[in-house]
Design a protein around this ligand. Structure first.
Ligand code: F6R
Length: 256
C-alpha cells in the first residue's frame, strides 16, 4: 500500500487524477470504478479539467446505491453519479452503471451487478472514499471480507454522516446495495481518497491496523496495488508518516 500525503484536497484530487491519467496513457483504462460522497469530488474535478479521451470512452461502475429512494431523487447515487461523474467527465450515460436500489429489484440486484462488472472485463481503476466507520462502499463493520454485491444495513453513524445531503436525518435510507469487499478487491488497482480530520482514525486503522472486519477498509492491505491519497488532516494519526514521506520523495520516475 502506498500512502501519499498532499497539502490539501485539491492536490489530493490532482494526484489521484495523475494515476487515472497514467493508466489511460498506458492503454489500461477501460473500466473506471467510481465512488460518491465528497472525498472523490476533487478527483472528478481534476479529470474534468484534463478532458482525457480515454476517460470519456471508459465504462464506469458505481460502488453502491441507497434502497428505496424514488427514481430521480437528487441524492440517489444514480443522480449523484450522473451529475458529478457522467456529466463532468463526458461519459456515455449508457456505459455508466449503478446498482439497482429499487425495492422490486432487490432480490437479484447483487447478482445482476456482479454479472455486469464481469461482462465488462472487471474494473481497471477503482476510486474509493472511506467512511468514519471504516467502510468502503457501504460495507460497514463486520462485513465479510469476501463479500459480493448485496443489500446491507447502514450504521446509525453513517446515516448521521450522510444526513447533510438530505432535508432531515430521518430521510437517509437504512438500506443500500453495495459492492462487497471481495468485489472491490477484484479491481486491478485501487485509489482511496480521504480528506479531513474526521477520517484520520479510520485511515490509520485501515493502513496500519490489523486486517479485520471491524475496519472493512483494512482489507485493502490484501490488495497488491493500492494508493491511499490523504490530506494533512486525514494523515494526522498515521504512525509511519515520516516513512511514507520518504518513500514518496524517493519514488522511481516510472511510478505514479
Ligand atoms: C460512496 C461510498 C462511501 C463513501 C464514504 C465517504 O459511494 O461508497 O464509502 O466513500 O462514505 O463519504 P464522504 O467522501 O462523503 O465522506
Amino acid at each position: 500500500m502506498q500512502v501519499v500525503v498532499t497539502t490539501d484536497q485539491e492536490a489530493a484530487g490532482e494526484y489521484a487524477a495523475d494515476i487515472v491519467q497514467r493508466r489511460a496513457e498506458e492503454g489500461a483504462l477501460h473500466v473506471l470504478g467510481v465512488a460518491t460522497g465528497s472525498s472523490p469530488l476533487p478527483v472528478y474535478e481534476a479529470l474534468e479539467r484534463r478532458a482525457l479521451a480515454a476517460v470519456r470512452a471508459a465504462r464506469a461502475f458505481a460502488l453502491d446505491e441507497y434502497v428505496g429512494l424514488p427514481p430521480g431523487h437528487p441524492e440517489s447515487y444514480r443522480s449523484v453519479i450522473a451529475r458529478e461523474v457522467t456529466d463532468r467527465l463526458g461519459l456515455d450515460p449508457a456505459r455508466v452503471e449503478v446498482p439497482d436500489g429499487s425495492v422490486e429489484g432487490l432480490r437479484t440486484a447483487g447478482a445482476r451487478y456482479e454479472e455486469l462488472i464481469a461482462a465488462a472485463g472487471g474494473v481497471d481503476v477503482q476510486i474509493l472514499g472511506i467512511g468514519t466507520t471504516g467502510h468502503i462502499g457501504f460495507n460497514e463493520p463486520t462485513s465479510s471480507l469476501a463479500s459480493r454485491t448485496r443489500v446491507k444495513t447502514l450504521t446509525e453513524q453513517t446515516r448521521r454522516d450522510n444526513a447533510r445531503f438530505f432535508d432531515s436525518p430521518d430521510d437517509v435510507p437504512r438500506h443500500c446495495v453495495t459492492q462487497g469487499l471481495g468485489t472491490i478487491l477484484d479491481a486491478r488497482e485501487i485509489v482511496l481518497v480521504a480528506i479531513g480530520s474526521r477520517k484520520a482514525a479510520a485511515v490509520a486503522a485501515a493502513v496500519e491496523g490489523p486486517v479485520t472486519a471491524m475496519c472493512p477498509a483494512s482489507v485493502l492491505q490484501l490488495h497488491p496495488r493500492v494508493t491511499v491519497v490523504v490530506d494533512e488532516a486525514a494523515a494526522a494519526e498515521l504512525r509511519l508518516r515520516a516513512y511514507y514521506d520518504e518513500v514518496f520523495a524517493h519514488r522511481p520516475d516510472w511510478q505514479v
